[in-house]
Design a protein around this ligand. Structure first.
Ligand SMILES: Nc1nc2c(ncn2[C@@H]2O[C@H](COP(=O)(O)OP(=O)(O)O)[C@@H](OP(=O)(O)OP(=O)(O)O)[C@H]2O)c(=O)[nH]1
Length: 503
C-alpha cells in the first residue's frame, strides 16, 4: 500500500520536474516595461516572481536541496528586516542578484523590466562565471572594495545569509577545511564592505567570531599535517609552496593541506612555538628526471655545496630533522642542480620565521630566486641561438634544447622567438644581439608579470598570504624582473656595440 503511494509520489515528482524543465520563460515577462512611477510593492512582487521563475529548476547545495529562490528572497529579507534598508532599488537587486550569474537572464532583461539602477547593482554583484574559480574568488575580494554603496549592502546580506546557512548545515560534500576556507574568503570579502551598514556588519562580526571560537577550540596546540610536495616540476614552485605554507602557518591559524596529484616528496610540516620546520625523515624517495632514486632524508643539504658545516638536529619526535631554512635551501639547491643551474648561493640557509618582517623577506628572497632561475633558463636557451643564427638552422637549436631537457612549452616559445629574431634581423639589417637583448627584455618582463600574478593566486593551494606579504613579494618580483631585463638590455647592447666596432 505504502509502496504504491511512494510510486505515485515519485511519478508525480518526475512529471513535475519535467514540466519545470519545459517551463516557458516568456510567462515571466512583466506586462509592461519598467517605470519609475510604478507602485513599489508591484515592483517588489515582480522581482520576486521573476527571480522565482528564473531559478525554478535550481536547488541549494544543502542536503535538503532547498529551492534556490529561498536565498535571494532571504537576502532581500535580511536587508529590510535586519539592515533597516528601505531603498527599493537595493531590495529589488537583492532578489535578482543571482539571476544573471546562475540562470539565462541577461542584464538587458533586468534593465528593461526593473530599470538601469537595478541593473547596475546586479552587475556589480555578479561574478564572471567564465573565470576559473580561484580568479573569480579573488575578483570578488577586489570588487567588494570598489563596489557602490548599494552593491555593498547586497553583498553584506548575501554573505550573512550564506554563512548562516553553512552554520545551519554544511553543503553536501564540504569538508571542515572547505568550510573554513569559505569563512576565510568571506571574511576577506567582508573587509572590503565594512563601513556600509552597522547592523549587518555587527551580525557578520558575530558569525565570524563564533567561527573563530569554534576552530580555536578544536585546534590542538601543536599540530602536524601531511604535506604532499611535488618535486617533479622543474622550477622552485614546490619550494615556494612550502615557504608559503610555512609562512602562513607561522601564526598557526588553521590547518593547511596541499595534495599533489603527482608523486613526489611527502613530508610532514610541524608548527610549534611559531617556528615551522619540515621533518624530512618520513620523506618518500622520489625519482628524479634522470631516473635515479633520491632520498631527501639523507644529508642532501651538504652535498650541494650550499650548507657545508650545517649539522642536523634531533627533533622532539626523536628523528633527524633540518631546520626549516636548511630544508628549503636543500631543496632549492637540489632543484637548481638538477636543472643544470649550478648550486644556488646567497640565500641564508638559517632563515627562520620569527617575525612578520622575516617571513616576508624570506618569501621575497624565494621569489627572487625564482626569477633568477627564469633568467638562467633564458640564458641557457639563448646559448644555442648563436649556432642557429650562424647555421641558419633553427631546428638544430630545438634539438639542442630538447637534449638539455628544457621544458617543451619553452621550446615552442623559443621556436616562435627564433622566427621573429630571424625576421627582425633581416628586416632591420642590424645586429642579432640587439634583437636578442630586446627579446630578453620582453621575456623576462613577461615572466615577472606571470610570477607576480602567480603569487596572487597562491590560494589555489588553500593558502592565503597576508596582504602585506603578497604586495611586498609581487613588488619585489617586479622590481627584480625589471633589473634583470635592464641588465639583459645593457649586456646585449654592449655585445652589439663591440661587434659593430669589430665588424
Ligand atoms: N552556504 C551555502 N551556499 C550555497 C548553498 N547552495 C548554493 N550555495 C552558493 O554556493 C556558493 C559557495 O560555493 P562555492 O563552491 O564556494 O562557490 P561557487 O559555487 O561559486 O564555485 C555561494 O555563492 P557565493 O559566491 O559565496 O555568493 P554569491 O555571490 O553567489 O551569492 C552560495 O550562494 C548552500 O546550501 N549553502
Amino acid at each position: 500500500m505504502s509502496g504504491e503511494g511512494d510510486d505515485n509520489i515519485d511519478a508525480s515528482r518526475t512529471a513535475c520536474a519535467e514540466s519545470l524543465l519545459n517551463f516557458d520563460y516568456e510567462t515571466v515577462k512583466p506586462s509592461c516595461p519598467f517605470s519609475v512611477n510604478s507602485d513599489p510593492s508591484l515592483l517588489l512582487l515582480r522581482c520576486a516572481h521573476f527571480a522565482a521563475v528564473k531559478h525554478t529548476t535550481e536547488r541549494r547545495k544543502d542536503p535538503q536541496r532547498t529551492p534556490y529562490i529561498n536565498h535571494p528572497l532571504g537576502v532581500a529579507h535580511i536587508l529590510a528586516e535586519e539592515g533597516g534598508v528601505t531603498d527599493i532599488k537595493v531590495l529589488m537587486a537583492a532578489m535578482l542578484h543571482d539571476t544573471v550569474e546562475d540562470t539565462d537572464t541577461s542584464f538587458e532583461e533586468i534593465e528593461e523590466f526593473f530599470g538601469a539602477d537595478v541593473r547596475k547593482i546586479v552587475s556589480e554583484v555578479t561574478d564572471d562565471i567564465r573565470l576559473p574559480a580561484v580568479e573569480r574568488k579573488q575578483k570578488q575580494i577586489l570588487n567588494a572594495r570598489k563596489a557602490s554603496y548599494e552593491a555593498k549592502l547586497v553583498k553584506l546580506a548575501d554573505k550573512l545569509y550564506n554563512l548562516r546557512d553553512i552554520n545551519r548545515v554544511y553543503p553536501v560534500g564540504w569538508t571542515e577545511d572547505r568550510v573554513q576556507a569559505y569563512f576565510d574568503w568571506s571574511y576577506e570579502v567582508y573587509c572590503g564592505l565594512k563601513g556600509t551598514n552597522a547592523a549587518l556588519e555587527q551580525k557578520l562580526e558575530e558569525v565570524f567570531a563564533a567561527r573563530r571560537q569554534l576552530s580555536n577550540d578544536e585546534k590542538p596546540r601543536e599540530w602536524s599535517e601531511r604535506l604532499e610536495i611535488s618535486l617533479k616540476c622543474k622550477d622552485s614552485q614546490p619550494v615556494l609552496l612550502i615557504i608559503c605554507v610555512a609562512a602562513s602557518r607561522g601564526g598557526a591559524s588553521s590547518p593547511v593541506k596541499h595534495h599533489s596529484e603527482q608523486d613526489g616528496l611527502s613530508a610532514e610540516l610541524h608548527v610549534a612555538d611559531e617556528k615551522p620546520r619540515i621533518v624530512l625523515e618520513d620523506a618518500k624517495p622520489v625519482i628524479d628526471h634522470h631516473g635515479a632514486d633520491k632520498d631527501l632524508t639523507r644529508g642532501r643539504s651538504s652535498d650541494n655545496g650550499l650548507h657545508g658545516g650545517h649539522h642536523r638536529r634531533t627533533n622532539r619526535q626523536g628523528g633527524n630533522s633540518a631546520s626549516f631554512g636548511e630544508s628549503v635551501m636543500a631543496i632549492i639547491g637540489n632543484l637548481m642542480r638538477d636543472n643544470g643551474l649550478g648550486g644556488g648561493t646567497g640565500v641564508n640557509a638559517d632563515v627562520e620565521f620569527s617575525s612578520e618582517f622575516g617571513r616576508t623577506m624570506n618569501s621575497v628572497l624565494i621569489i627572487m630566486r625564482n626569477q633568477a632561475n627564469a633568467l638562467l633558463h633564458l640564458l641557457r636557451a639563448l646559448a644555442p641561438l648563436d649556432r642557429v643564427l650562424a647555421d641558419n638552422n633553427w631546428r638544430s637549436a630545438q634539438t639542442a634544447m630538447m637534449r638539455q631537457g628544457t621544458a617543451s612549452t619553452f621550446n615552442i616559445i623559443m621556436d616562435i622567438l627564433l622566427q621573429i629574431v630571424r625576421g627582425l634581423t633581416r628586416l632591420i639589417g642590424g645586429s642579432t644581439e640587439g634583437v636578442l637583448a630586446a627579446i630578453g627584455v620582453i621575456f623576462v618582463t613577461a615572466n615577472g608579470i606571470v610570477e607576480a600574478n602567480r603569487v596572487k593566486y597562491l590560494n589555489d593551494y588553500d593558502y592565503r598570504w597576508p596582504d602585506t606579504m603578497t604586495k611586498n613579494s609581487a613588488t619585489a618580483s617586479t622590481v627584480f624582473t625589471f633589473f634583470c631585463a635592464l641588465s639583459c638590455l645593457i649586456d646585449g647592447g654592449i655585445t652589439a656595440w663591440k661587434s659593430t666596432r669589430n665588424g
